[in-house]
Design a protein around this ligand. Sequence first.
Ligand code: IMP
Ligand code: MG
Length: 172
Amino acid sequence: MPELIPILSKTAIDARVEEIAHRISEDYRDRDLILIGILKGAFIFLSDLIRHLTIPVKVDFMSVSSYGNGMSSTGQIRLHKDVELDLKNRDVLIVEDIVDTGVTLAYLVDYLKSSGAASVRICALIDKRERRQAAVAVDYAGHVVDKGFLVGYGLDYAEFYRNLPEIYHLKL
Ligand code: IMP
Ligand code: MG
């Protein structure tokens, strides 16, 4: 049976999400911010985050994948859904569930910069450091972990566990 070891409680997640939202609201005061949620993993984080923002923002989504149904990246990024809003001269903040190798975010930052955005920064709920390959600067990180495969609060394993309200380390 797979084992789920609790890593972050609902209370810990909520407190951190609120803190990040306050920082973003300060940093982007009087700017033209567009948040881009990366589907599917970031949908819960993004929806909690934006409800704590105190500045006007627009929201869009992209869907990319680098995984099959396994636990490690294939390194090949597939773009399933592009942004719909015009990003030209807008400040873009990518909202991602977890940064692992960094390959996905390196691709996204490049891609979004080439769309004419004034700035592109990264907000990730989890910054997982051990397997980093691409140098990406996580401007807003919820929690830093060294390693392990995490599920819950939007994060999946083979599409399951996204609905868990807390974050767990999955041991198969
Ligand atoms: P990267 O390109 O290796 O940084 O992978 C990023 C993507 O891999 C994330 O957006 C997740 O969808 C997925 N991922 C990486 N680590 C985990 C994990 O621990 N749990 C669930 N998904 C993960
Ligand atoms: Mg993801």
